[in-house]
Design a protein around this ligand. Structure first.
Ligand code: ATR
Length: 277
């Protein structure tokens, strides 16, 4: 029995290290592998899930949206996000879910005991990861979500998408060229791939920020983006994307095997990941 994480590129994925550790720990007789695939291979992979040859899939960039049309049944969370990262057979149907958003909120709740209720959150990016996180922030009843993205049209599209689904959270447009978060902001989240190149520095004004502000950059390689370095230097608590990666993997694992992982399982795998890159 085999599980795969599929995407393109997939070389640097830490998912096999994470899942194989838990698979061995819980003595499950299967293997988790990575597979780089072309888009036209997606239907045959889903067929293999349907006929039981493949136990489950994680989907990563760039196929989280493309996969939707081949799936029989989609969770409400994945519908809200418009993307799937976890696939398995449920009551003879190929089922798709998304664990990215919950992975993010769990990571911060555990690490900082962070309570999202009524908070003001500043989100950079309007892609798949941003949709996943914002969908979960809305469920947690935050007060305000500010969104900025390089391509303005995508910010507007994202804001309209979520405005149509809720009228409790205040969703606000921010110009990417003028990132000046004010003192009501509790949390800044970078969901863009900007900063993966270690020389890239985002221009963001930190002058008005409250001292308790938290910065999360969902990039985990490099471990410290320039954005994290800047905020850390100014004394703010910062977190990279490794905890989120592990937490979203734990939720997928639970969906596949009905095993809920404890904090020790999470911490053990975190150490292994940190030593691996
Ligand atoms: P993911 O699923 O990881 O979110 P995605 O859907 O491709 O991936 O979204 C990538 C995000 O990173 C987008 O918000 C993208 O901005 P655009 O909408 O303008 O493309 C952002 N991004 C990628 N490279 C960037 C860069 N060099 N500068 C600023 N934003 C960048």
């Amino acid at each position: 029995m085999t599980l795969y994480v599929i995407g393109k590129p997939i070389k640097h994925s830490l998912s096999p290290i994470i899942h194989n550790f838990w698979i061995n720990k819980y003595k499950l007789s299967l293997e988790y592998k990575k597979m780089e695939v072309e888009k036209d291979f997606l239907p045959s992979l889903i067929k293999d899930v349907r006929n039981g040859k493949v136990t489950g899939l994680n989907i990563t960039i760039p196929y989280k949206r493309d996969i939707i049309k081949f799936i029989d049944e989609i969770s409400n969370t994945a519908k809200d996000i418009g993307a799937i990262n976890t696939v398995f057979l449920k009551r003879d149907k190929v089922y798709g879910d998304n664990t990215d958003g919950i992975g993010f909120t769990r990571a911060l709740e555990k690490k900082k005991n962070f309570n999202f209720f009524n908070k003001s959150i500043y989100v950079l990016g309007a892609g798949g990861a941003s949709h996943g996180i914002i969908s979960e922030l809305i469920k947690k009843k935050v007060k305000t979500i500010y969104v900025a993205n390089r391509t303005k049209q995508k910010t507007i599209k994202l804001l309209n998408f979520f405005k149509n689904k809720n009228n409790n959270v205040d969703l606000k447009f921010v110009d990417w060229e003028n990132l000046v978060p004010n003192s009501d902001v509790d949390l800044i989240i970078n969901t863009t791939s900007f900063g993966m190149n270690e020389n890239e520095a985002l221009k963001i004004d930190t002058r008005n920020l409250k001292t308790t502000l938290i910065l999360v950059d969902i990039i985990y390689n490099p471990r410290e983006t320039k954005l994290i370095k800047l905020f850390r230097k100014e004394g703010f608590f910062c977190m990279n994307g490794l905890c989120m990666l592990i937490e979203q993997a734990a939720v997928s694992f639970e969906l596949w095997f009905n095993i809920s992982l404890n904090n020790k399982d999470i911490e053990e795998v975190k150490k292994i990941c940190e030593a691996s890159y």
